[in-house]
Design a protein. Structure first.
Ligand code: A2P
Length: 338
């Protein structure tokens, strides 16, 4: 197998850093690794496979000879630079939300719709879904295939790392300040995040939902390729560093028991069932953090409707929710298409 010239765009960020680590961990066949960030990172160096590599400043000409670009520099930056990369012949796997709902751009979770990767040829871009959506559809897909899901009601408990490095810092600084009886400094979020829960992720839209909530609705339909599936979401930021947790309630067309769901999910790719209440075993953010699996537990029938299931779904938002999913897409891309 040959090696590829890979670029990580936003290499100094929370997701970019993890992309570099995952390329290394999974022994992705990297011939050359180009690290790109803003002018603020000029002079910085990062390590990859024991070597120190310089971080270069992202420009329109950064992509000569680059074959795969893993992008996570923020929406406006991806919007501007991904087309330059694609024009230079680089396949962009973009972690921001700007291209996700563009009809001809594939939105991919490898465990769910790997066949959509073939559509990278349309624009040279593949979109990586929203972190909360990824872990939810990994758990939904086997159930949807078996008994068809009609409706999903999801509430999320999302870690601050999803917002980036500055938010990780904000939670630790506020926690430290409050434990030392000092005023917390609020910069990243609209309110104090330490010792609090914020029912706002991203901006509010005209319909009263936040942008994050509508991402879950629209992206789920696109990834499952089912415009008829109804989804309603409440997304909440909680004072957790790594790992998003979700309470997921589904209504299915055909009846499925909790045991049947457990069995289906036990053999589903990317899923680990952690569900033994008598031993107080259920998915925890601190257990998902640093791992690759989407953990599913608290699986039980919704007794308020004839065909309903409740479950608790947890994954590392920076890994499965972002960097790992992107590298998994790149793995299929080189196996099948490049
Ligand atoms: P930099 O560190 O130079 O600001 P996070 O999501 O953790 O905040 O990380 C965002 C990533 O995107 C960082 O690597 C950041 O680089 C990068 N980035 C932000 N703005 C730009 C830009 N205009 N050009 C290139 N990279 C950018």
């Amino acid at each position: 197998m040959r090696n590829y010239h890979v670029a990580v765009v936003g290499a100094t960020g929370a997701v970019g850093n993890e992309m570099i680590r995952i390329l290394e961990e999974r022994r992705f066949p990297v011939g050359k690794l180009t690290l790109l960030a803003s002018e603020r990172s000029m002079g910085k160096e990062l390590s990859f496979r024991g070597q120190t590599l310089p971080v270069d400043v992202l420009t329109e000409n950064s992509f000569r000879g680059v074959e795969i670009g893993l992008f996570s520099p923020g929406g406006s930056v991806s919007e501007k630079y991904a087309p330059f990369a694609a024009r230079a012949g680089c396949v962009v796997i973009d972690n921001t939300s700007v291209f996700r709902m563009v009809p001809e751009i594939p939105l991919v979770v490898p465990e769910v719709n790997p066949e959509a990767i073939a559509l990278y040829k349309n624009r040279g871009i593949i979109a990586n879904p929203n972190c909360s959506t990824i872990q939810m559809v990994v758990a939904l897909k086997p159930i949807h295939d078996a008994v068809r899901i009609r409706r999903v009601v999801v509430s999320t408990y999302q870690a601050v790392s999803g917002t980036g490095k500055k938010a990780i810092e904000e939670l630790s600084l506020q926690t430290r300040a409050l434990l030392n009886c000092q005023e917390p400094v609020i910069k990243v979020y609209p309110h104090q995040i330490a010792f609090n829960c914020l029912p706002q992720i991203d901006v509010f839209l005209d319909n009263g939902y936040t942008k994050e909530e509508m991402k879950m609705v629209n992206e789920t339909r696109k990834i499952l390729n089912d415009p008829a599936i109804s989804v309603t979401a409440t997304t909440v930021r909680v004072p957790v560093f790594y790992g998003h947790s979700e309470s997921v309630n589904i209504e299915t067309e055909k009846k499925i028991t909790a045991d049947e769901v457990r069995k289906l999910l036990a053999s589903a790719p990317g899923v680990k069932v952690v569900d033994n209440p008598s031993f107080k075993l259920y998915p925890l953010a601190i257990d998902a953090a640093g791992g690759n699996d989407t953990l599913v537990g608290r699986i039980r029938e919704d007794e308020s409707i004839p065909n309903g299931i409740n479950m608790w779904v947890v994954a590392d938002n920076i890994r499965k929710g972002a960097a790992l999913n992107a590298v998994q897409i790149a793995e299929i891309l080189i196996q099948k298409y490049l």
